[in-house]
Ligand binder design. Structure first.
Ligand SMILES: *Cc1c(COP(=O)(O)O)cnc(C)c1O
Length: 394
């Protein structure tokens, strides 16, 4: 006989890792809305509204803009499997964990991948990318806009024009940038972009917004081979999201409710105000972390405001500190990935968590925990530094 476990009673948490970030209370309420059928005319209106709001968030007029029914990695796969065919050449700017995954995904599509490599935490110059793209003339160029493993913001300016010279599709990972820092698909000439619901959009994980330019649609329609993935084949998915509205897979109704409300929250605040809020709270957090003796992985000019990757204070062990923060303060922060595992912490201030009270909670708790682990810090130094940054910046 099975012993039925007690009802869910999750501990209270503040999610300040690299994602998921806390969902906005309005989003959680929207998810409790009763279900409709996924072909109900009333639901089709909601889908169209989600698409329109996603276009606004991505700053694009791309008709093919929709959420894939899966997490961010499915968005990465969607962009690649639809645009490349076996034997195609792909160039990937690789300086982190997620760009490394892009290489893997592109190789699994049977493409020949040329990597432009830099040490993790560094930024690619336009010139070095242009040199390789002009030489290789790839079908696609993959760039991670916000590299969550290092906290680096990679500028995309100029790459759209470059890719038009060589008939290349510009594919951008905007999983950690959408809703936190400017994402300008049309102005930058991005051909295929993907994101997620659980970071800057303050929804639970489960959806991956993607957007394809007309150029990308042309490539899709002129393929010689079938898209290798049935589930992620956009020519099939658009039969559900486009004019036909015919069944492809059952739409995840509650998640669509969630992103509908999440995008309403984003657009009500206004994109520019939202970006400024993320910058302001980042500056205060940064002042506090530096007062605790921590150094950033990314160069200051290319630091993501929503993802703060900092080296651990000397001599400290990663896991025990994060465990203490979680158990005693209910605060989750992230550890390092890949080669930075055990060496850095990744602190997210994303979406609705980019707030002064959150900055103070984290700095206060972290300072206390560091003292418990024997780090010498002046009491109150971190929160005082944050307070000064707020006073100076506003
Ligand atoms: C989180 C993340 C992903 C993967 O998204 P999942 O939702 O975990 O599948 C991809 N790229 C980047 C840059 C990310 O930060």
């Amino acid at each position: 006989m099975i012993t039925i476990p007690p009802a869910l009673q999750p501990p209270s948490r503040l999610l300040l890792g690299p994602g998921p970030s806390d969902a906005h209370p309005r989003v959680l309420r929207a998810m409790a809305t009763p279900l409709m059928g996924h072909l109900d005319p009333a639901f089709l209106v909601i889908m169209a509204e989600v698409q329109e709001m996603l276009r606004a968030a991505f700053r694009t007029s791309n008709r093919l803009t929709l959420p894939i029914s899966a997490t961010g990695m499915a968005g990465m796969e969607t962009c690649l499997v639809n645009l490349v065919e076996p034997g195609d050449r792909v160039v990937v700017c690789n300086a982190g964990f997620f760009s490394n995954r892009m290489v893997d995904v592109a190789q699994r599509c049977g493409t020949e991948v040329t990597e432009i490599k830099r040490p993790w935490g560094e930024v690619f110059t336009f010139e070095e990318i242009a040199e390789v793209v002009r030489r290789v003339k790839p079908k696609a160029l993959g760039v991670v806009h916000a590299e969550t493993s290092t906290g680096v913001l990679q500028p995309l300016d100029g790459l759209g024009a470059l890719c038009r010279e060589t008939g290349t599709m510009l594919v951008a990972d905007t999983v950690t940038s959408l809703g936190c820092v400017p994402v300008e698909l049309d102005a930058w000439g991005v051909d295929a972009a993907f994101s997620c619901s659980q970071k800057g959009l303050a929804c639970p994980p489960g959806l991956s917004p993607v957007s394809f330019s007309q150029r990308a649609l042309d490539v899709l329609h002129n393929r010689k081979t079938k898209v290798q993935s049935w589930y992620l084949d956009l020519s099939l998915i658009t039969q559900y999201w486009g004019q036909d509205r015919s069944y492809h897979h059952t739409g995840p109704i509650s998640m669509i409710y969630a992103i509908h409300e999440g995008l309403r929250v984003v657009l009500e605040e206004g994109l520019e105000a939202r970006f400024e809020r993320h910058r302001r709270n980042h500056r205060a957090l940064r002042a506090g972390l530096e007062a605790l003796g921590m150094r950033y992985v990314a160069p200051a000019a290319h630091q993501l405001p929503e993802l703060n990757a900092v080296y651990l204070p000397a001599g400290l062990e990663d896991l025990p500190v994060r465990k203490r923060l979680l158990e005693d303060y209910g605060i989750e922060i992230g550890g390092g990935l890949g080669e930075l595992k055990g060496k850095i912490w990744r602190i997210g201030l994303m979406g609705c968590n980019s707030r002064a009270d959150v900055v103070y909670s984290l700095l206060g708790a972290l300072e206390r925990v560091l003292v418990q682990f024997g780090v010498v810090v002046a009491p109150g130094a971190a929160t005082a530094a944050a307070q000064q940054a707020y006073a100076a910046g506003n």
